[in-house]
Design a protein around this ligand. Structure first.
Ligand SMILES: Cc1cc2nc3c(=O)[nH]c(=O)nc-3n(C[C@H](O)[C@H](O)[C@H](O)COP(=O)(O)OP(=O)(O)OC[C@H]3O[C@@H](n4cnc5c(N)ncnc54)[C@H](O)[C@@H]3O)c2cc1C
Length: 447
C-alpha cells in the first residue's frame, strides 16, 4: 500500500456514515510505514474520532501502539497487536491570542495547522523538512528543523493531554508539570496516547529562501560558526564528494535585523539561478519556493511542499546529533568515509539545533549539529554501514534520531542519555502493564 492509497482508503472509511467511529482497517494490502521499508507486524488499525472512544479503546486492549502519520523509518511505532490512530481527531481546539498558544487535537498534522495559524496572524518557531507529519508523532520523536537558535519542534509544546494505559486522562503543562512535563514531551509513544497538544506561537512572519551551490569544504571547516549564524535557518546538503557542500539552503526572516543579504557569493559558494531539489537530479517542483521570493513562514521553513512527495519517496534515513562544539570534527570524520558512504547515499544534510531541557531530546542540555543521511532503499547495505559511521561518531557522544534507522547499542544509549533511568520510572507509572511497549522500546529503552 502506498501513501496515497492509505490516505484515500482511510478517508473513505471515515467518511462513511454507516461505520462506527471506532473503525477497523480493511485492505488487502499490508500496512506499511510512509517509506514502505517497514511492513508493520499487524494490520489491526482502529481510528478514534473522540476522546471517549480513544479512552475506551485503550482501556479495553492489553497491547497497542498509537500510530501517527507513519513517517518513522524504524519500528518505533510498530505493534504486533493493534494500532490506534487519532487521525480523525484533527481539529484546532483553542487559539489563545493573549497567551500566544494554540491547542490542537492529537491527530492533527503541521500541514493542517500551519495555514490556519497564519490566517489568524500567528506562526510556529520552526518546522521540519516536511509539513505532512503529525504534531504529536513529531514531538514524541524529537523531530527538528534547522537554525542554531531554534529548539526542536517539541520545545514549542507548553501543555499535553495524555490518555494513560488505564484510560485515565493526565494533563501536564510547562508551568505546572515541572520535571514530569519535561519527561513526557519526547515520550517515544511509551507513555500513552497524546490527545491534545498546546504549542507556543508567535506573530506570523514572512521569509525568503536562498540556495547557494558548491561551498568548498575548506570554507565550511574555517567558517562553520559564521555560516551557521548567517540566517534564521541554514541547511547544508552534501554527497561528500569533491570536497564540497553541494547546496546551502538559507531561510531568512523578513524582520529588520534578521534579513540575509543575498550576495552572489557566500563563502565561495555561488547563488543558484533556479529552484533546486536537495537531490540535484530530482525536480524542484516538490520543493518550497527559493530565489528570495517572499512567502509565509510555513511555505519556506520546510524544504518540501504540502501536497507533493517530500524527499525522494523510496528511501531510508538515518541521522546523528553531535554536540555543537564537535561539529567540524564530526563532519570531517564522516567525510573520510566518503568512499564507503557514497555508493548507498542519495544525499546528506547538516543542520544546527538549540539546546533544550526535554529528557529524551538528543539536544538535552546541549546545542547540536545533526548529520543526516538519505539512503537508497537497500537495508542490508545500510545496516552494514551504520556501525562504521557510529564508530567514527562515538567519540563525540553522537545520539541517533529516534525515528530513523540506527544500530547504536542500547548500552550506549543508556550512557549518553542521563535521563533514561528517570524516563523508565516515569513510563512504569504511566504504563505499569507495558501496554504501549513494543520491540523498539523493549530493546532500546527498557532492555
Ligand atoms: C521524508 C521524510 C522527511 C523527514 N524529515 C525530518 C526532518 O526534517 N527532521 C526530523 O527530525 N525528522 C524528519 N523525519 C522523521 C519524522 O518526520 C519523524 O520522526 C516523524 O515526524 C514521526 O511522526 P509520525 O506522526 O509520522 O509518527 P509515527 O511514525 O506514526 O510514530 C512515531 C512515534 O510517535 C508515537 N505517536 C504518534 N502519534 C502519537 C500520539 N498521538 N500519542 C502518542 N504517541 C504518538 C508513535 O507511537 C511512535 O512511537 C522525516 C521523515 C520522512 C519520511
Amino acid at each position: 500500500m502506498n501513501k496515497r492509497t492509505f490516505l484515500r482508503l482511510f478517508a473513505a472509511v471515515i467518511g462513511s456514515p454507516v461505520i462506527s467511529p471506532l473503525l477497523t482497517w480493511a485492505s488487502n494490502e499490508k500496512l506499511k510505514n510512509w517509506a514502505g521499508n517497514l511492513e508493520y507486524s499487524t494490520d489491526r488499525l482502529y481510528a478514534a474520532d473522540s476522546l471517549e472512544l480513544a479512552r475506551s479503546y485503550i482501556r479495553n486492549h492489553s497491547q497497542l501502539k498509537v500510530l501517527g502519520t507513519r513517517h518513522c523509518f524504524n519500528n518505533i511505532a510498530d505493534s504486533t497487536h493493534s494500532f490506534l490512530s487519532l487521525s480523525p481527531m484533527d481539529k484546532v481546539v483553542a487559539l489563545d491570542a493573549a497567551a500566544h498558544t494554540v491547542t490542537i487535537d492529537g491527530g492533527m498534522t503541521y500541514g493542517q495547522l500551519c495555514p490556519y495559524l497564519h490566517s489568524k496572524g500567528f506562526a510556529l518557531h520552526n518546522l521540519a523538512s516536511l509539513p505532512h507529519i503529525s504534531v504529536a508523532g513529531a514531538c514524541s520523536t524529537a523531530t527538528h528543523g534547522s537554525g542554531e537558535k531554534n529548539g526542536n519542534l517539541a520545545t514549542a509544546v507548553s501543555a499535553l493531554e495524555i490518555v494513560t494505559a488505564a484510560g485515565d486522562l493526565v494533563k501536564l503543562s510547562h508551568q505546572q508539570g515541572g520535571e514530569e512535563f519535561r519527561g513526557t514531551v519526547v515520550g517515544l509513544g511509551a507513555l500513552g496516547a497524546i490527545t491534545k497538544v498546546t504549542l507556543d506561537i508567535q506573530p506570523t512572519y514572512m521569509m525568503r529562501q536562498y540556495v547557494y551551490e558548491d561551498l568548498p569544504l575548506s570554507a565550511l571547516k574555517d567558517h562553520f560558526d559564521a555560516i551557521e549564524s548567517s540566517a534564521y535557518s541554514v541547511s547544508l546538503f552534501t554527497d561528500w564528494q569533491n570536497q564540497r557542500v553541494n547546496e546551502v539552503w538559507i531561510k531568512s526572516r523578513e524582520e529588520k535585523g534578521q534579513m540575509f543579504d543575498a550576495t552572489p557569493e557566500f563563502f565561495g559558494a555561488k547563488l543558484a539561478t533556479k529552484n533546486l531539489h536537495p537531490i540535484a537530479e530530482l525536480s524542484a517542483e516538490n520543493c518550497t519556493e527559493q530565489m528570495g521570493v517572499p512567502g509565509p513562514w510555513y511555505e519556506r521553513l520546510p524544504h518540501f511542499r504540502m501536497g507533493f512527495t517530500p524527499s525522494a519517496g523510496k528511501e531510508l534515513q538515518s541521522e546523528y546529533f553531535v554536540p555543537r562544539q564537535h561539529a567540524v570534527e564530526a563532519i570531517l570524520a564522516v567525510e573520510r568515509l566518503r568512499d564507503r558512504v557514497s555508493p548507498h547515499l542519495m544525499i546528506s544534510e547538516i543542520r544546527a539545533i538549540a539546546a533544550d531541557n526535554l529528557w529524551l531530546s538528543p539536544c538535552y542540555k546541549q546545542p547540536c549539529v545533526t548529520i543526516h543521511f538519505t539512503w537508497k532503499q537497500d537495508w542490508p547495505a545500510v545496516k552494514n554501514l551504520l556501525p562504521v559511521i557510529e564508530r567514527e561518531l562515538t567519540p563525540f557522544n553522537a545520539r541517533p534520531h529516534w525515528g530513523k534507522l540506527f544500530t547504536t547499542p542500547p548500552a550506549e544509549l543508556k550512557r549518553i542519555y542521563e535521563k533514561l533511568p528517570d524516563f523508565v520510572q516515569l513510563s512504569k507509572r504511566y504504563d505499569p502493564q507495558c501496554k504501549f511497549r513494543n520491540q523498539f522500546l523493549d530493546t532500546n529503552i527498557f532492555g
